[in-house]
Design a protein around this ligand. Structure first.
Ligand code: CMP
Length: 139
């Protein structure tokens, strides 16, 4: 059965470009409820740990440097079929391939600086949410 929670981050490129408000509006309009949210900055160590599954990829160091380069917004979101529906709302990893109207089509500039993160499975959504939020920070 599909779960009802996903995890997202508004990445440093979108924060820097002033898109937090527009992206949160798209998330609200997409029917997601905010369970937890924080404005924070990942240390290089935390970014490395968060993206440890990509450790062997050639872009790993670039990804860690970018994700720790400035503040992010981290959030847990709730909706039926959350993981899949959120991935539809954000569009393909490469913004050049993202459907028109998706968050990445609107706000991402490259495959690396792609404005938002969306968990790729229920299991990872839970792991990633736990990485950023205590139980007492969820409502
Ligand atoms: P995200 O959904 O956060 O999960 C892994 C991230 O790795 C992905 O978004 C991209 O930002 C990044 N990524 C994936 N492929 C590449 C690539 N070819 N070059 C640089 N970064 C990439």
């Amino acid at each position: 059965m599909a779960g009802n929670r996903t995890f997202t981050m508004i990445k440093p490129d979108a924060v820097k470009a002033g898109h937090i408000g527009n992206i949160l509006q798209k998330i609200n309009e997409g029917g997601f409820r905010i369970v937890a949210m924080k404005y924070t900055r990942l240390t290089p160590e935390a970014a490395g740990q968060f993206y440890a599954v990509h450790k062997e990829r050639p872009f790993y160091q670039e990804l860690v440097d970018f994700m720790s380069s400035g503040p992010i917004v981290a959030a847990i979101l709730e909706k039926d079929n959350a993981v899949e529906d959120f991935r539809k709302l954000i569009g393909a990893t490469n913004p050049a391939e993202a459907e028109p109207g998706t968050i990445r089509a609107l706000y991402a500039t490259s495959i690396g600086e792609n404005a938002v993160h969306g968990a790729d499975s229920d299991e990872n959504a839970a792991i990633e949410g736990d990485f950023h939020f205590a139980k007492t920070e969820r409502f």
